[in-house]
Ligand binder design. Structure first.
Ligand code: SF4
Length: 883
C-alpha cells in the first residue's frame, strides 16, 4: 500500500510517497504530484524509511528515573506545573518547542501556555533559524509573510543566493535552479557567501564577502540604484514609506562602491558586475537563509536586502521577490500559531486589542499579557532560578543552542525538566526529570507549512512503538489534568486544525495576511484528503494564493511597505590576538540537525563521517596540518576537535565546522561549545555563524579504528567519533597519551582484553575479541591517522562464526584497503572510482552518470561531481602539457 505524506527535514517541504507493508514503511519515493518537489527527493528524504526502526526509541514514560503509567506521568507533569504556579506564578513555567512539531501540536502548546497558564515563555528552536527573517518581514511588510513562491525560480532571470548553501541544505530547490538554468542558460546565478560552497558550482558570480558584511553590500547596492536612476519611483511613492531615511542612512554608511569593496573584501570588478546585473534585471529573486539570519545584525541584513527589492518594486511579482528559505519542516507552522515568545497567536502581537480578541476566542481564563523570553534569554532566566518548570518538546537544546556550558548549567539548575522525545538517547534527555515518549515522522498526523506558505499533510502511517503518544494528545491530557477540560477536549488533529484556521479568520478585517479561515470547516475526511495549498485561504482566495503583496497592499496600518534605515555592524565575536581565527558553522549535505534521526541511517555517514574542520591551505601550512590530521579549535568557552579538511573554498583566516555532532556521536564535536550566544537585538536570534577561536594541531600520540557489535559498555576519552555501520558500530579514536599496556586499555575501555592480536615493528597493532565464536570487536591502532575501509570488517559481524581464514585476515593489518570518501550516497560511488573513470576518459557529467550511475539517484551529489570533474580535468590537462 502507498500513501502520500511530507518530508520532516528541511523547509522545502517535499511530498513523499511511502510504501507500507506489515505496519512498516519499507520504501519512500518523491510524490510526483507535490508542487514542492514534483517527485524528487534528496538523499535525506530518500533514506527516511531507514530511520523508522524502533530500536533507540523512548518507549515508556519515566518520572524521576522510574517507568510509570501514562496517567501517573500526566499527573506528575500537571502537579509540578500546579505547584510552581501556586508558589511562583505563571512566569515560572516555560516551554521550549521545535520546528519539528506539527502545527496542531504547536497550536495546543501555545494555547495552554498563553491562554490558560498565563505564561508567554514559549519559544522554539525556530529562534535559532528564522527569527531574523520574521522580524525583518514584520518591519518591512507589517506581517511575517513570504511574498514569493517556488515557481519564481523558473521565472527569474537573476537568482541571488545570500548566505545559503542550497545545494546541500535545500537540495530540491537547488535542483530546480539547476533545471531552470539548463532550460534558459541566460539566467544568471550569484552566490554571496564567504565560502565557495557546493552551491557555487552553479554560480556565474561568487561574491566571497567578509563574514557579517552583508548590510554594507546591500546598502551600497541601494546607493548605486539611486545613483543610476534605477529606482521604481512610482512604486516607492505609491506603495512604500521611509525611503528617504533609508537612502540617507545607506549613503552615510556606504557612500560609494569603493568603500563597499573595502568593507566586504569583494573585488571592485565583481561588485560592479553584481550591481549592474541587479540594476538591469527586473525579474530578480533573492533567496536567503542562515548566513543572513544567524547573525547579531540578522534583522538589519534582511531589511537591507529587502530595501533593494522595495526600491525597484520587485516584491510579489512573477520571478521577483526576496525569498527566505526556512530551515525546518514546520518553522512556518510554528510562526503561524504563535510559537515564538514575542507573538501571541495566528500572527497577532501582544496588543491589548489582540489579547482581548484571542481571550474571547479561546474563552481563556488567564491570558499572558506581554511577550516572554526568547530562546537564549529563556535559558538565562532558568539559570537565574526564575523559571522552575521547563517542558522541552522535540528538540535538543543542549546541542543546538550556543553557550553549551550555560545551557547545561540551566538544565541542571531547573527544578523540573520535562522532555517529550521520540528517541531514547539525546544529550538533553539525560537532564529530564520527566521523560515523555512521543511519536515521530511516519506516526504523527497533522500539517506542516513550507517556505512558500504551502500547508501539506504529514500523515500517521504506522503506529507509534511502545507507549509513545502524539504531542498534541499529551498536551491536551495535561491541560485537562489542570482543569482545562473545555479548551482541550480534542479527539483528532482535524479538530485542532479547524480551530486554528477559525482563529486566523476571527475578527480579521484583512489586516492579518495569515488567514486560513477557508479551511475552518473541513471535515475529518476532507482534512485527511487536504491537498498542498498556499495560504491565505479565505473567501477572497478559496484555493490559496501564489504571491503576496503583488497588488502593492501590505499588512502595515498604512497599507504601505516600510523601508528600514540600516547600518553596517561588525559581528560581535571577532578574531583577536588570542583567538585569531574567524569561526563559521553550518549544515552538511547528508545530516540533519542534531542527528537524532539521520544518525540512524548508516548510509548518511558516508559523505562526512566525523566532525571536521575546513581550513585554508595557507592556514594548514602555517600549523603544519595535513588532510586527515586532527585539529583543535578552542576559545575561552570550550574546545572542538575535528578531522582536518584542507580546502581552498575557505577564506584564509577562517575555519568552518559542522553543527550536527553531539555527545551521542563524538567526544568533542559540539560546535556550540565555542559559540558565545550574542544575539540580534531585534530578533533575539543568536549569532551562530560567528565565533573567534585559536587553531592548533591535536597532539595525538595514537589513532585507532574500532568496530564493535555492542557499544553500550564503551568508556572512551580523548578524541572519538561514532559512525553507525550496517552490522556494527565504528569508532575513530585518538588520544594524547600512549597507554602503558594496550591489554589493560582494552579491558578498561572495551570491557575485554583481546583474544588475539598482532603488533608490527612500526608500532601498529591489530586486535580482535570474540563473544564465544562471534566477533565482538576489532581494533586497529596506529601512530598515524587510520583510513582503512571498514566495510569488509563490518560484514564479518553479521556471521555467527568466523572461518580460520577470516580470523587470520582480520589480524592482517597490511591488507586493509584504504577507505575513500563516498560522493554519491544513493549508489555508494567513491571519490576514487570517479577519479579513475575520469582518468579513463569520462570527461562529462553524463558519461560519469552512464558509467558509474553516480548522480542518477537523488541528485544531491551533482555539484560535488561537477567540481571533482573540473578539478581532475584541469589536473590531467596540466599533466598532459608538462609531458
Ligand atoms: S529537500 Fe530533502 S530534506 Fe528537504 S524536504 Fe525535500 S527531501 Fe526533505
Amino acid at each position: 500500500m502507498k500513501q502520500n505524506t511530507t518530508c520532516p527535514y528541511c523547509g522545502v517541504g517535499c511530498g513523499v510517497t511511502a510504501e507500507l507493508s506489515d505496519q512498516r514503511i519499507i520504501a519512500v519515493s518523491g510524490d510526483s504530484q507535490h508542487p514542492a518537489n514534483f517527485g524528487r527527493l534528496c538523499i535525506k528524504g530518500s533514506t527516511l524509511h531507514e530511520t523508522t526502526q524502533t530500536e533507540q526509541r523512548l518507549l515508556l514514560p519515566r518520572v524521576d528515573g522510574q517507568n510509570v503509567h501514562w496517567s501517573d506521568a500526566i499527573e506528575a507533569v500537571a502537579s509540578r506545573i500546579r505547584q510552581s504556579l501556586d508558589a511562583h506564578g505563571p512566569g515560572s513555567i516555560a516551554m521550549y518547542l521545535s520546528g519539528q512539531l506539527l502545527t496542531e501540536d504547536y497550536y495546543v502548546a501555545n494555547k495552554l501556555m498563553k491562554g490558560f497558564l498565563g505564561s508567554s515563555h514559549v519559544d522554539t528552536n525556530s529562534r535559532l533559524c528564522m527569527a531574523s527573517t520574521v522580524a525583518g518581514h514584520k518591519r518591512a511588510f507589517g506581517s511575517d509573510s513570504v511574498p514569493g513562491c517556488y515557481e519564481d525560480i523558473e521565472l527569474a532571470d537573476l537568482i541571488i543566493l545570500v548566505g545559503s548553501n542550497a545545494a546541500w541544505n535545500h537540495p530540491i530547490l537547488f535542483q530546480r535552479i539547476q533545471a531552470a538554468k539548463t532550460q534558459r542558460p541566460q539566467v544568471k546565478v550569484v552566490v554571496i557567501d564567504p565560502r565557495a560552497t557546493a552551491t557555487c558550482e552553479l554560480a556565474d558570480l561568487h561574491l566571497a564577502l567578509k563574514p557579517g558584511s552583508d548590510v554594507a553590500l546591500f546598502n551600497a547596492l541601494l546607493v548605486h540604484l539611486a545613483h543610476s536612476d534605477a529606482l521604481d519611483q512610482s512604486y516607492i511613492d505609491q506603495h512604500t514609506e521611509g525611503f528617504e531615511r533609508a537612502i540617507e542612512a545607506a549613503r552615510q554608511d556606504i557612500p560609494d562602491i569603493q568603500t563597499a569593496a573595502r568593507l566586504t573584501d569583494i573585488p571592485l570588478a565583481d561588485l560592479t558586475i553584481f550591481f549592474d546585473w541587479f540594476t538591469n534585471t527586473p525579474r530578480t529573486l533573492t533567496l536567503f537563509s542562515q548566513g543572513v539570519n544567524q547573525s547579531s545584525s540578522g534583522t538589519d541584513k534582511v531589511n537591507s536586502l529587502m530595501n533593494c527589492h522595495l526600491a525597484t518594486g520587485r516584491i510579489g511579482k512573477p520571478g521577483s521577490s526576496p525569498f527566505s528559505l526556512t530551515g525546518q519542516p514546520n518553522a512556518m507552522g510554528g510562526r503561524e500559531v504563535g510559537g515564538l515568545a514575542n507573538q501571541l497567536a495566528a500572527h497577532m502581537e501582544f496588543s491589548p486589542e489582540a489579547i482581548n480578541r484571542v481571550q474571547n476566542f479561546w474563552n481563556a481564563p488567564n491570558m499572558a499579557q506581554q511577550p516572554g523570553h526568547k530562546a537564549l534569554d529563556l535559558f538565562q532566566a532558568i539559570d537565574r532560578g526564575e523559571i522552575k518548570v521547563l517542558w522541552i518538546m522535540a528538540t535538543n537544546p543542549l546541542v543546538s543552542l550556543p553557550n553549551t556550558a550555560l545551557i547545561r548549567r540551566a538544565l541542571k539548575r531547573c527544578d523540573c525538566v520535562i522532555v517529550s522525545e521520540a528517541m531514547s538517547e539525546t544529550d538533553t534527555l539525560t537532564f529530564a526529570d520527566i521523560q515523555l515518549p512521543s511519536s515521530t515522522w511516519g506516526e504523527k498526523n497533522g500539517t506542516v507549512t513550507n517556505s512558500e506558505r504551502r500547508i501539506s499533510r504529514q500523515k500517521g502511517l504506522i503506529k507509534a512503538p511502545g507507549e509513545a503518544r502524539h504531542d498534541w494528545e499529551i498536551i491536551c491530557d495535561v491541560a485537562k489534568a489542570l482543569g482545562f477540560e473545555e479548551g482541550f477536549n480534542f479527539s483528532h488533529p482535524a479538530q485542532i486544525f479547524a480551530e486554528h484556521a477559525a482563529l486566523s479568520g476571527f475578527e480579521n478585517d484583512g489586516q492579518r495576511s495569515f488567514d486560513i479561515s477557508g479551511l475552518s470547516h473541513l471535515s475529518q475526511q476532507e482534512y485527511d484528503q487536504l491537498q498542498p495549498v498556499q495560504w491565505p485561504i479565505n473567501q477572497h482566495f478559496p484555493y490559496g494564493r501564489k504571491r503576496l503583496f503583488d497588488d502593492g497592499q501590505f499588512s502595515t496600518p498604512s497599507g504601505k511597505a516600510q523601508f528600514i534605515a540600516t547600518q553596517t555592524n561588525t559581528p560581535k565575536a571577532l578574531p583577536s590576538a588570542q583567538w585569531p581565527y574567524q569561526l563559521n558553522t553550518g549544515r552538511i549535505r547528508d545530516q540533519w540537525h542534531t542527528m537524532t534521526r539521520t544518525g540512524r541511517a548508516a548510509r548518511l555517514f558516508n559523505h562526512r563521517a566525523e566532525p571536521f574542520v575546513d581550513l585554508h591551505p595557507e592556514d594548514a601550512k602555517y600549523h603544519n596540518l595535513r588532510d586527515q590530521d586532527l585539529a583543535e579549535l578552542s576559545n575561552h568557552q570550550g574546545r572542538y576537535i575535528g578531522r582536518v579538511r584542507i580546502s581552498a573554498a575557505q577564506r584564509q583566516g577562517e575555519v568552518f565546522i559542522p553543527m550536527h555532532w553531539n555527545q551521542q556521536f563524538s567526544g568533542d564535536g559540539y560546535c556550540n561549545a565555542l559559540l558565545e550566544g550574542f544575539c540580534d537585538p531585534v530578533s533575539g536570534q543568536p549569532e551562530s555563524k560567528q565565533g573567534a577561536v585559536a587553531l592548533s594541531a591535536y597532539p595525538a600520540q595514537w589513532h585507532a579504528q574500532l568496530l564493535i557489535k555492542d557499544d553500550t559498555e564503551l568508556r572512551l576519552r580523548g578524541y572519538w567519533s561514532k559512525i553507525p555501520m550496517r552490522h556494527s558500530t565504528q569508532f575513530l579514536l585518538a588520544d594524547t597519551e600512549l597507554p602503558r599496556s594496550w591489554m589493560e586499555w582494552c579491558r578498561q575501555h572495551l570491557g575485554q582484553a583481546p583474544d588475539s592480536w598482532v603488533q608490527s615493528s612500526a608500532g601498529d597493532m591489530r586486535a580482535v575479541a570474540f563473544d564465544q565464536d562471534r566477533l565482538r570487536w576489532v581494533l586497529l591502532i596506529s601512530l598515524n591517522p587510520i583510513q582503512s575501509d571498514p566495510a569488509p570488517m563490518d560484514m564479518l559481524f553479521s556471521k555467527r562464526t568466523l572461518t580460520p581464514t577470516q580470523r587470520t585476515r582480520l589480524l592482517n593489518a597490511q591488507q586493509g584497503a584504504q577507505a575513500t570518501q563516498i560522493i554519491c550516497s544513493c549508489h555508494q560511488v567513491t571519490e576514487a572510482s570517479i577519479k579513475a573513470a575520469i582518468e579513463k576518459g569520462c570527461h562529462t557529467l553524463d558519461s560519469l552518470k552512464e558509467k558509474l550511475a553516480c548522480g542518477t539517484g537523488c541528485g544531491s551529489c551533482i555539484p560535488e561531481l561537477s567540481s571533482l570533474l573540473a578539478e581532475e580535468i584541469a589536473t590531467l590537462t596540466i599533466e598532459e602539457q608538462s609531458v
